[in-house]
Design a protein around this ligand. Structure first.
Ligand code: ATP
Ligand code: MG
Length: 219
């Protein structure tokens, strides 16, 4: 009898792991892959628009709007999927999984260092996860880094720093560009500021990048 109960527990654990993995993959695919594909489609469409006769303008505009709506729906879906995974695992184990996957994908040595032992409010955990996820996606896409460090700590605020030793970029110039597409850094800034926090990016071409975020603990 006891053996049966144990087997049932093990089967439930396996099922749970499978569901988590599937949710993770779905969230990744929706956010990173499908989202990026749609951004590329929009870019191509804009190039095409330059060659179109002017009487196609309305139709073109309509198509563009529809694609933007799909992009938004995918983002919402990805946001919905994510908190469930975080709820179950907690921020640090969820980040450990993310780090593991990203190191495997990029070959970079990524270290996660956290002095936060307790659970944080769910919205804050989701924000922090998203920040690290976007910073790591950027590192994989743009940085050509070999070493990455992620630090999390708290006082009256929760702080998160992601540093890489990659090619760096002119962050002042890029962050000044308003109204540009790209959910990335602009999206992070919006999300952080809406929770009363602040985002700083320190980067110079050739000298790596540091993304620094601090958010009040109470959200
Ligand atoms: N860690 C990094 N190393 C080098 N360059 C970076 C890094 N992070 C960002 N960048 C530069 O800053 C730009 C803006 O980043 P952002 O995340 O806002 O947009 P994106 O990654 O190009 O697009 P999206 O995030 O919307 O898919 C990037 O295109 C890249 O040039
Ligand atoms: Mg990005």
């Amino acid at each position: 009898m006891n053996g049966n109960v144990q087997e049932a527990h093990q089967a439930m654990d396996r099922l749970h792991e499978m569901l988590e993995e599937q949710t993770r993959r779905l969230s990744d695919t929706v956010h990173s892959e499908a989202g990026q594909l749609l951004s590329a489609v929009l870019l191509r469409l804009d190039q095409l628009a330059l060659e179109l006769p002017s009487d196609c303008g309305d139709c073109f505009h309509e198509i563009r709007l529809m694609i933007e709506q799909i992009e938004e729906q995918l983002r919402d879906l990805s946001n919905e999927l994510l908190p469930r995974m975080l709820d179950d695992l907690g921020l640090i184990p969820a980040l450990e999984c993310l780090v593991e996957r990203t190191s495997r994908r990029t070959g970079a040595d990524i270290r996660l260092n956290s002095s936060i032992a307790d659970r944080l409010p769910a919205a804050l955990e989701a924000t922090l996860y998203r920040i690290v996820q976007e910073a790591l996606t950027n590192i994989a896409k743009h940085a050509r880094a070999t070493q990455v460090e992620i630090h999390l700590w708290q006082d009256d605020r929760v702080h998160c720093a992601v540093r890489d030793d990659g090619i760096g970029f002119d962050s002042d110039r890029i962050l000044q560009k308003k109204g540009e597409r790209g959910l990335g850094l602009a999206g992070i800034r919006e999300r952080v500021e809406s929770q009363g926090g602040a985002l700083a990016i320190r980067s110079l071409p050739g000298h790596g990048t540091e993304v620094l975020v601090s958010v009040p603990r109470r959200v």
